[in-house]
Design a protein around this ligand. Structure first.
Ligand code: CAA
Length: 260
């Protein structure tokens, strides 16, 4: 598939997906979400990719939401289908085996905030603005915002953001746990790459199983989550990386992991 609205690059096991419709502040239209689905499925199948970064083109916007102009004439059935399509693609992102870092370089509104919440870790530029403005357009959040934002920041902050449709800046987003760190715009991508490299140095299977256990635990009770953790913990002992990681510790040298 040739991408018109997405840039995709892989370097040293780190994939960068850039939403690239800067004239529309990287708003997500049908074509862009279809391309996102295609690239995410490629990434999922590529064992050489250890970490993924998702960002937006330009210095103004990460993603300013779903494309309002394209959505405006939809009827109820079409609206539901569009919502489910976006939800499914964001769930694919959430379930990618590799950790996903959102590098939020500006507006993260509506579907943009929802996209960031489908990622594992959020880093933001100082100019980033977050919000769920949907109720001001006569709709609810539709790409998972009522569910994932609530799980990230808790129901009080999520309800305030969603009911008011207002925006918060990066510092406030950090204060409520929506982003991990805030950087000057020019330092955002280097910081995201540095984080990705730090993650990529570790045993890939252990990182991926940790992600799977955390994600499963968020959606189930602690007893079920803990039982799953025991399974993945045990599974690690069948990997060459566990042998290498522990041998390296005992031999006082750096481990070299092969993802096996
Ligand atoms: N959809 C379509 N086009 C959009 C867009 C969107 N979500 N956001 C921005 N654009 C377009 C603008 O229409 C404009 O295009 P033209 O130059 O052709 O007029 C261009 O991007 C630049 O935008 P502005 O001139 O508005 O830039 P600004 O700096 O004055 O304002 C902004 C920036 C505050 C982000 C403003 O563009 C804005 O409010 N955008 C909409 C944000 C929004 O409501 N997002 C939620 C969408 S609904 C949703 O996402 C549902 C869901 O859950 C899936």
């Amino acid at each position: 598939m040739d991408y018109q609205n997405i840039l995709f690059a892989v370097e040293d096991g780190i994939a960068t997906i850039t939403i690239n419709r800067p004239k529309a502040l990287n708003a997500l239209n049908q074509a862009t979400v279809s391309e996102l689905k295609d690239v995410v499925e490629k990434v999922a199948a590529d064992k050489a990719i250890k970490v993924v970064i998702i960002t937006g083109a330009g210095a103004k916007s990460f993603v300013a939401g779903a494309d309002i102009k394209e959505m405006a004439s939809k009827n109820a059935a079409e609206g539901r289908e569009w919502g489910q399509f976006g939800q499914n693609v964001f769930t694919e992102i959430e379930n990618l085996p590799q950790p996903v870092i959102a590098a939020i370089n500006g507006f993260a509104l509506g579907g943009g905030c929802e996209l960031s919440c489908a990622c594992d870790i959020r880093y933001a530029a100082e100019n980033a603005k977050f919000g769920q403005p949907e109720v001001g357009l006569g709709i609810t959040p539709g790409f998972g915002g009522t569910q994932r934002l609530t799980r990230v920041v808790g129901r009080g902050h999520a309800k305030e953001l969603i009911y008011t449709g207002g925006m918060i800046d990066a510092e406030k987003a950090k204060a409520i746990g929506l982003v991990n760190e805030v950087f000057p715009q020019e330092e955002l991508m280097p910081a995201a790459v540095k984080l990705a490299k730090k993650i990529a140095k570790n045993a890939p299977i252990a990182v991926q199983l940790s992600k799977a256990a955390i994600n499963r635990g968020i959606n189930c009770d602690v007893v079920t989550g803990i039982a799953y953790e025991a399974e993945v913990f045990g599974l690690c002992f069948s990997t060459a990386d566990q042998k290498e990681g522990m041998a390296a510790f005992c031999e006082k040298r750096k481990a070299t992991f092969e993802g096996k």
